[in-house]
Design a binder for this molecule. Sequence first.
Ligand code: ZN
Length: 140
Amino acid sequence: MKFAKSGNYFVIRLIKGEEIVEELVNFCSQRAVKSGYFWAIGAVDSAKIGFYDLNKKEFNFKKFNAPYEIASLVGNISQVDGKPFLHIHTVLSDENFTCIGGHLEEAVVGVTCEVYLVDSGINIERKFDQEIGLKLLDFQ
Ligand code: ZN
């Protein structure tokens, strides 16, 4: 990972082989980014994405072991138990220009991954919601 910073804006380049979610969680943890948002483009060599089944209250995850373009990747940063929690969605496109997408659990950088990240400076926590079965953004 390489990055540059100006105020609360970060430009990050993830390197081939790095796992995107782990790298960004560590980045936020090391720089005390408590909430914010980011977007990225680039490519992956593999990705695990999910669809949330509200009836079962669980994610149905699927792993894709192939190269994809990151056509879009957007995410937000909040806190769970004092640690950074990233909620990320993505759309990936393959060599036939077909897209898959969903809730991103993990992805390994293929060619490159260019991330623009903003630290909002707002402290936002997530709390478990019984009805939904997920930790949702909490406002007091
Ligand atoms: Zn999601």
